[in-house]
Design a protein around this ligand. Structure first.
Ligand SMILES: C[S@@+](CC[C@H](N)C(=O)[O-])C[C@H]1O[C@@H](n2cnc3c(N)ncnc32)[C@H](O)[C@@H]1O
Length: 288
């Protein structure tokens, strides 16, 4: 490693063969496709981790990851470093709008005595999307007096265990809650003395966070969902993988359930059982 200055460091450069070996491993285990332009990101992420654990070259680190004793644990740490966890509350307003204005009214109008509503945030990162779904659905039900006893539950899943640990803690700093509208902030968070915000128990207890690998969904036993949000996850996968993932998501959706993806993430006609909802700037589908 050559130190450029105290804050920026360059790590050993990878040749094409090494790059391919690492990107193959990543693709096999997570489905993520790392393009050539991201080689320096890979070098830096691996380099930093190798420095932390005192491994001196890529080949030795690769072997370390295969080791029966330490490999699995180390892989969990590395995956966390290689995945992008950027997220925020109320991240994409048109998706929230379609949820409030179309999805929830359709689900509750079609089943007046509905006892529960099951939602899934697939690729939930540090929990903001899952809690947002919970808050929006709860507000919706508060306004519908007759249905407010319906039990809302949300499952957040992600490949990154450290992200899930943060999601379960449900404590966010002021910057993280900057897009939470005031009425939601007042109703669902408690301001702590240290300036951070804790999600209130009434919401927290409805959300459960579970590790999962989206390319390995066959192993996931879940009851069929009413609503699945899978946003800003598929962008990291190639076309074939996206197709397979969407297929698996649709299998876990109830008939009449809704899938909401990030704008621009789906393929044309992603699945024969999905019908697109006509709503500006949102990519939402209903299962026929
Ligand atoms: C950019 S975040 C999106 C978070 C949230 N859905 C949102 O839109 O704000 C992408 C998340 O996908 C997760 N992810 C990446 N590959 C995955 C995989 N194979 N299985 C499950 N989660 C994965 C990452 O760990 C990361 O937390």
């Amino acid at each position: 490693m050559v130190a450029l200055n105290s804050t920026v460091a360059r790590f050993e450069q990878m040749d094409d063969i090494q790059f391919e070996r690492w990107t193959d491993l990543l693709e096999q285990r997570t489905g993520m496709h790392l393009p050539r332009e991201r080689r320096s990101f890979l070098e830096t992420s691996l380099g930093l981790r190798m420095k932390e654990i005192g491994v001196h070259n890529y080949a030795a680190y690769y072997e370390h990851l295969q080791s029966e004793r330490y490999g699995q644990r180390e892989w969990l740490t590395l995956v966390d470093r290689l995945t992008v966890h950027e997220t925020r509350f109320f991240r994409h307003q048109p998706s929230i709008d379609v949820l409030e204005q179309i999805i929830l009214p359709v689900l509750f109008d079609s089943e007046a005595d509905r006892k529960n509503l099951q939602m899934w945030s697939a690729g939930c990162s540090t929990g903001e999307e899952a809690y947002t779904l919970g808050m929006v659905a709860d507000q919706f039900l508060q306004k519908r007096n007759s249905q407010k006893n319906c039990y809302i539950s949300i499952i957040g899943m992600d490949i990154s265990v450290p992200a899930l640990v943060r999601a379960r803690k449900a404590v966010y700093n002021r910057y993280k809650v900057r897009y939470v509208p005031d009425n939601y902030l007042n109703n669902y968070f408690t301001a702590q003395q240290d300036g951070r915000y804790q999600v209130k128990e009434q919401l927290k207890k409805r959300v459960c966070f579970v590790p999962f690998n989206i390319i390995d969904m066959k192993k996931v036993l879940l009851e069929p969902m009413d609503i699945i949000f899978c946003q800003n996850v598929l962008i990291y996968f190639n076309r074939d993988r996206r197709k397979q993932i969407i297929h698996q998501l649709v299998r876990r959706l109830k008939k009449g359930g809704f899938l909401v993806m990030g704008a621009g993430e789906a393929l044309n006609n992603p699945h024969p059982e999905l019908k697109k909802i006509d709503f500006a700037n949102a990519l939402a589908f209903v299962k026929k």
